[in-house]
Design a protein around this ligand. Sequence first.
Ligand code: 5GP
Length: 111
Amino acid sequence: MTYDSNNIFAKILRGDIPCQKIHENDYGLAFYDIHPKAPIHALVIPKNAYENFEDFCHNAKPEEVLGFLACITKVTELLKINTSGYRLMSNCGEGAGQEVPHFHVHLLSGK
Ligand code: 5GP
């Protein structure tokens, strides 16, 4: 796997382009999707360079995985969807239609 450091989420992480930030910790950054597909549509990305879920699962250190999950759960609390409910999904690879080649999970709620 060759990570493309010019992908849009890498640019957001570098601060080259803006995002509507929700939360960040040492391992993850959460922001609103630019084209929301539900009343609440957040994206959570790891701060380190992983192309997709497969890459993250095989290569991330345990503390990165835990920190990333902590970032997700903090977002569900901040958006108050931890009690109302949400869908968490990730497109992995071309066969799933993954558009941005930096691992991300979608958090969708409200519909
Ligand atoms: P994928 O199809 O890769 O799982 O989803 C990529 C998501 O990133 C899409 O839902 C799309 O709307 C979102 N997206 C693409 N470019 C940008 C951007 O520049 N800013 C933000 N906040 N979201 C983006």
